[in-house]
Design a protein around this ligand. Structure first.
Ligand SMILES: [Fe+2]
Length: 236
């Protein structure tokens, strides 16, 4: 029996209709990437206090990291990497929120009971970015950590003509997935999608993601500062 044009390697309509009649096909979802999103409740006062403090640091040129950074960073003030170790009230509030969100997520994702959860010993590097007009961070991930996160203090100015400004973009972790794209796989939905995941910064939002996941920040266009706090976490 000839199904379609065998010289061109095509199978035609009879085969296609047979697929629809099949009822015992099981489709599994595997190799998923968890992205955690949490919002700080009523974040206005916290973010105002954080913003005032960070703008003063930048103005005074203090607490700037002296570490070499592994990414291309343009028009960005980056603080020292022990930001969440500080004891200012606004930092303490943010630390509590971030650590609660992180540990709760890790326990849930690893199916840890309370006893196992209490044994977790997190280590944190954390810093703030103040990004001015034209600033961006090239694509990177965070080696030597299991979980990373971004808290949005202030997304900065939002201009209608610059819709790409300051977006956080996550790439699929499977580089082979783009080996071949055609009508059979270019419209996969939800967690199976090959598309870049784009996060629109919103003040008070926290995003937690696996540290291996490649991501970047598109150029920020606007006056004022786009302010984010980032962290890496590893457990010992
Ligand atoms: Fe990053």
């Amino acid at each position: 029996m000839v199904l379609g044009d065998s010289k061109k390697g095509r199978l035609g309509l009879p085969f296609f209709m047979g697929v629809f009649m099949q009822s015992n096909i099981n489709i599994g979802m595997h190799f998923a990437v968890p992205i955690v999103r949490v919002s700080y409740p009523s974040p206005e006062a916290l973010n105002r206090d954080l913003r005032d403090m960070f703008l003063a640091w930048e103005k005074d040129g203090v607490y700037k990291t002296l570490q070499p950074v592994p990414t291309n960073q343009v028009n960005i003030y980056e603080s020292e990497w022990a930001l969440l170790d500080r004891e200012e009230p606004q930092i303490r509030s943010l630390r509590k929120f971030i650590m609660h969100s992180l540990l709760h997520s890790v326990a849930k994702l690893n199916n840890l009971d309370q006893t196992a959860s209490l044994k977790l010993k997190p280590n944190i590097h954390s810093w703030v970015h103040l990004t001015s007009n034209g600033g961006y961070v090239s694509q990177h991930n965070h080696p030597n950590a299991s979980w990373s996160g971004i808290y949005f203090v202030d997304p900065g100015e939002s201009l209608a003509e610059s819709k790409d400004s300051g977006l956080v973009k996550f790439a699929t972790p499977n580089p082979a997935i783009k080996m071949h794209r055609d009508a059979g796989n270019c419209s996969l939905q939800g967690p199976l999608s090959h598309n870049t995941l784009v996060i629109q910064p919103k003040a008070g939002d926290l995003v937690i993601f696996p540290s291996y996941l490649m991501h970047e920040v598109s150029p920020y266009v606007g006056s004022g500062r786009r302010i984010t706090i980032a962290f890496n976490c590893w457990f010992t």
